[in-house]
Design a binder for this molecule. Structure first.
Ligand code: PGA
Length: 259
C-alpha cells in the first residue's frame, strides 16, 4: 500500500483579525521546526481576509507550511456578490480548501449539489479539497451502523453529483458534528471504522490504487491531550483542527503528535 503523507490542517473559522492572524502564524512558525513540513503537510486555513497576511508571514520565513481557504465559489468570475473564486485562491498560493464543513451545511444550507460544484472547480485547478462529512448526535445515537451508512451516503452524494473520474486532490475529513467544539471526541475504534467505510467507498468508485493514496482525516475536539488517540490508526492520515489551531502551542503539539 502507498504510504500516505500525513496532513494536519488548522481551521481558524471566523476568528482572528489581520494583526492577530499575523501573530498566530508567526507563533506557529517559531514553534515548528522547518523539517516537520518535509515529513508531513501542515496547512493553515485562516478567514479570507487574513489569507494575504498569513501568506506574507509564511513566505517571509520561506516556510513549507501551506495556506488553505475555508470555502470557495465555483464560478470563475462575475456578478456573485460576496463570493471568492478558485483563481482568487490560486493568486494567494492557497493549495487547500475546506468544503462541505458542517457549519457551512448548517448555517449556509449547503447540500451535496453545491459542495460537488465546489469540488469540481477545485479539482480543475488542482487545489486540494478537504471535503468534510459527519453525522449528528441523533444519528450516532442509533449506533455505528446507521452512522456509517449516513456518512458514507454524504460522501457518495457529493461524488455522484461531481462525477469526477480521478480525484487525485481529494482529502476526506470525518468530523462527527457532536464532537465539533464540544470537547468530546469519537473513540479511536469508531473513527477508524468510519474511515475504513469511507475508504471502501473510494475504492469502489475509483479503484483500490487511488483509494489507497487518498487521505482521510479525523476532526472534532482534537487537543494535545487526545492527539495520540488517532495517530496510529490504519485509515486515518491526520487531523482537521478547529479550536486548538487558534493556540500556537496546542496546534504545534498536535503537529508533533502526528509527525
Ligand atoms: P474543533 O473543530 O477542533 O474545535 O472541534 C473542528 C472543525 O470544525 O474543523
Amino acid at each position: 500500500m502507498t504510504p500516505r503523507r500525513r496532513l494536519i490542517a488548522g481551521n481558524w473559522k471566523m476568528n482572528k483579525d489581520t494583526c492577530a492572524a499575523a501573530i498566530l502564524a508567526q507563533d506557529i512558525l517559531n514553534r515548528t521546526d522547518p523539517w516537520y513540513a518535509e515529513d508531513m503537510d501542515i496547512v493553515l486555513c485562516p478567514p479570507f481576509t487574513d489569507l494575504k497576511t498569513v501568506r506574507t508571514v509564511l513566505e517571509y520565513d520561506r516556510s513549507e507550511i501551506n495556506l488553505g481557504a475555508q470555502d470557495v465559489f465555483w464560478e470563475a468570475e462575475g456578478a456573485y456578490t460576496g463570493a471568492i473564486s478558485v483563481a482568487m485562491l490560486q493568486e494567494l498560493n492557497c493549495c487547500y480548501c475546506i468544503i462541505g464543513h458542517s457549519e457551512r451545511r448548517q448555517y449556509f444550507h449547503e447540500d451535496a449539489a453545491v459542495i460537488a460544484r465546489k469540488l469540481v472547480a477545485l479539482d480543475k485547478a488542482a487545489i486540494k479539497a478537504i471535503l468534510c462529512v459527519g453525522e449528528g448526535a441523533e444519528i450516532r445515537a442509533g449506533g455505528p451502523g446507521p452512522a456509517e451508512a449516513y456518512v458514507v451516503g454524504q460522501l457518495r452524494d457529493v461524488l455522484d453529483a461531481a462525477d469526477l473520474t480521478t480525484p487525485e486532490n481529494l482529502v476526506v475529513a470525518y468530523e462527527p458534528i457532536w464532537s465539533i467544539g464540544t470537547g468530546q471526541t469519537a473513540t479511536p475504534e469508531s473513527a477508524e471504522s468510519m474511515a475504513a467505510a469511507l475508504r471502501a467507498l473510494l475504492s469502489e468508485r475509483f479503484g483500490a490504487d487511488l483509494a489507497a493514496r487518498l487521505r482521510i482525516l479525523y476532526g472534532g475536539s482534537l487537543k494535545p491531550e487526545n492527539a495520540t488517540f488517532f495517530t496510529d490508526l490504519g485509515d486515518i492520515d491526520g487531523g482537521l483542527v478547529g479550536g486548538a489551531s487558534l493556540v500556537a502551542e496546542d496546534f504545534v503539539a498536535l503537529i508533533k503528535a502526528w509527525k
